[in-house]
Design a protein around this ligand. Sequence first.
Ligand code: ADP
Ligand code: ZN
Length: 750
Amino acid sequence: MSESRNHRRQAISKPEMVADVLLPLNVPHPFTYRMPAEQKVQAGSFVRVMLGKRAEVGVVWRVRKATAKDARLTLRRILEVFDFPPMPETRRRFVDWMADYYVASPGMVLKLFLGAPAALAPPRQRLGWRAVKTLDEAKAAGLNITPKRARVLELAQERAWPKDELKRLAEVGDFVIQWLKDKGLLRPEPLAPEQTRGAEHRAAPPQAPRLTPEQQQAACKLRAALGTAEKPAGFSVHLLDGITGSGKTEVYFEAMAQALENGRQVLLLLPEIALTAGFVKRVERRFGIRPAQWHSQVARAQRERTFRAVATGEARIVVAARSGLFLPWKNLGLIVVDEEHESAYKQETHVPYQGRDMAVMLGRMENVPVILASATPSLESLVNVQRGRYEHVRLHRRYGAAQLPTIELIDLKKHRPEPGCWISPPLVKAASETLERGEQALFFINRRGYAPLTLCRACGHRLQCPQCSAWMVRHKGLFSAGEILLCHHCGHMKPLPESCPECGAEDALAAVGPGVERLAEEAQKRWPDARVITLSSDLLQGARLREVMEEIAHGEHDIVVGTQLVAKGHHFPRLTLVGVIDADLALETVDPRAGERTWQLMAQVAGRAGREDRPGRALIQTYLPHTPLMQALKAGDRDSFTEQEIRARKAAQMPPFGRLAAVIASGSNEDELRAFCMALARRRPPSSLVMLLGPAPAPIGYLRGRYRYRFLLKGPRNADLQAYLRAWLGQVEPPGDIRLDIDIDPYSFL
Ligand code: ADP
Ligand code: ZN
């Protein structure tokens, strides 16, 4: 028998202790195991167990006496208990709470907390490099010690360094290290655990700026919200609400400094897109320690190190995307959510959770303060301020001489762009003047690709994705080989056909509407001498994107044409004109937050202009200049916009004045799906509070080869949508390949 005695199934004869182990799987409850032979187990222990023929990593949810029922079953033993700090009770309650709130299985929620399962095992021994000779000895031996080689040798005198760390600190490449190895000047040496990170040990002095009186006041409030090491202040939420460029980052850095002084860890959340190397460097400069990073681009080995370093408390600052919430915090003392209004905090797959809301919940569970920062706070957060749940800390002034840009509207009905063009005459004029002054202009359009639609001029046929109910988007810049059609929903791609697939007409396929690439083409044609750069997430990524951002900051481009990639966070001192090509784009949807989102996007994009001493100007093209939204934007009157929006949401009982949940049913057979949805609708539980709308075909009624129907649940704030969903769907077994996805507090209505 290959199975060892330890985990063979065995009947339990007399009462003994057993462990209920939660596994990161879509099952409704934990599984019960016998205690391991030797190791100690407690609630929260990370363990390895067998499930069927598979080994799984899980967490002991509770330890209890075996019942008569357990005794009748044959239980297996826990295979292994990891030498890793157990998940504290607060965290386990958080998992249960999330499962309950999102009507998800606790196992699927637990999976979020196991972001680097391999990190539970002891780390592999890492090797570092240490100098064999001193600088003088090496020179005396007649070796050619260049300044770069000397820097490495000096660093590696006292201790060994991981190679990457050595390269980074000495600012040298692989080549230099290799040369020193070849000459026998460096030798490998096992690293002690505290040497594997290294960065924090070579602490540069922190560089805190002198705050302005307004910033100072805000920082004081936030520091007070943290309390001291002896007397930590506990849970609170502060909304740090300051116009773009007012120094919010500098202000919440002060709160972070206080948390570090108190000996606690800091979680700084950013929307994934804002997690740039530039920002991480800024954190490093301010605190003199390199923050750990946690997001989808971090390599596996580094993720494992970070996971462990968070658990040991070694990682003091973690800059993370939303999943940073689920790290094994040892000593969390502050959560900062920057750009808290961003919809990127909402996860749309698996357990669809709202990262900002969960940050507040984690703060409550762990009893630590939370800071939400934004120049354009979400309506939810502003209403929480009104309700007295959040403290409001405001910054009204831009730092230094910078002024907020003036915002002007261009009525597209009056100022039509020339045929086949998208930049209206007033915007053309403003841009020409800007360029003549040697300043930069930004054209913003929130649409990737060349054209959102391709149409046959002969027969009217529109090129649609074969797997989705969506038009194929034309892209010119993705491949040098030629133009392609790409579905932005499923990623389906094909070359642009030469003739119409429907009627066969040659040269009849016309691009309809602008995307960022087409706009760049127009700009280049109109200003042939200008240096035009296109910024779009599918054209520029990673290191090249960072380079381009630097180039723009240094004035190496005259015209920037960009999608929302350029809307946030970046600081371009020479940029003084922002032109928004189509402010109405986001308004054409069924999304109840469409107005709010448009406001946020416009304010953020406009905020790119005039960030230093030169005044900035934003020109917004719209067909709806007289709507209250556009008028409030022009007047820079956020409070009046907020009041309007609050009134409208109240009247419609939309969040945060009412609650929503969506249920999306999908399947490959449309008739079967429709019949199933009708049957579901008939078995809706009676309720005086909850309104169930649907089923209706989803706006994207066909996605990746599956048909989609939507239900929407709506109720007042005191309605228990979750209980309703459980009563309604708890016993339902969808037939065939039909799937039901529940989305509590939905942000997407497609
Ligand atoms: P926000 O986060 O509100 O957009 P930032 O904190 O990024 O604003 O500040 C905008 C710019 O002004 C940054 O380059 C920042 O370093 C600078 N800045 C803000 N406050 C100060 C200050 N008190 N001293 C020096 N520079 C500052
Ligand atoms: Zn598609």
